[in-house]
Design a protein. Structure first.
Length: 201
């Protein structure tokens, strides 16, 4: 897939190459049973020290709430570290989807390009739904280290891996497909200026 401006590049993988990628990721994470190494090139989530305290409190509350609901539906108890690890590893199996994507961003690009990559991902997700498919965005593939670059022949000097995407037919009967998540009210994240009357959304 060629992207206008070429700030990002999806690597679309299936079949034996998908299995090779999955195997490499799992081997890297397991580290022969002793090491769990992540090579952090950027932060997936905002750091507490950089967030206003009220924002951090609200953000973490929603994040923990969703995580707890997911663990519950997967039958993983709060203190079950092994169960949580098993669930985490499903990200690197693309949750059983037959097609996986690895999305990279050119290292020469600044924050604006990451926004463009997000717009591309949104379009991929919307087009998938239009064609009866479903996607799952997998940030877990970022910061995984050299194994992704090596398997797919990505230049680590030129590109940085941002995320993975699982693509396949949806299983609407699966519990995880129906996890309820809170939505903020419009006034909580949007301000209106210059309107004669208050917008009612």
């Amino acid at each position: 897939m060629q992207v206008s401006g070429r700030v990002c590049m999806p690597q679309v993988v299936t079949g034996s190459k998908l299995r090779s990628l999955t195997d490499a990721a799992l081997a890297h994470l397991r580290g022969a049973g002793k090491q769990h190494t992540m090579q952090e090139e950027y932060h997936h989530y905002p750091r507490k020290a950089e967030m206003p305290s009220d924002m951090h409190k609200a953000y973490m509350r929603r994040r923990v709430q969703v995580a707890q609901e997911l663990w519950k539906l997967m039958g993983v108890a709060r203190g079950d570290a092994a169960g949580r690890l098993r669930a985490l590893l499903e990200n690197y199996r693309f949750w059983g989807a037959p097609v996986g994507m690895i999305v990279t961003v050119d290292r020469c690009c600044d924050r604006n390009a990451w926004g463009h990559a997000g717009l591309l991902l949104q379009n991929i997700a919307l087009l998938a739904v239009e064609h009866g498919l479903a996607t799952a965005m997998l940030e877990a593939w970022g910061n995984l280290g050299s194994c992704v670059y090596d398997v797919l022949g990505i230049s680590s000097d030129r590109e940085v891996v941002w995320c993975g995407v699982a693509l396949g037919y949806p299983d609407n009967s699966a519990n995880l497909s129906n996890v309820p998540t809170d939505r903020l009210e419009v006034p909580d994240f949007c301000q209106f200026h210059g309107f004669v009357t208050s917008a009612k959304l």
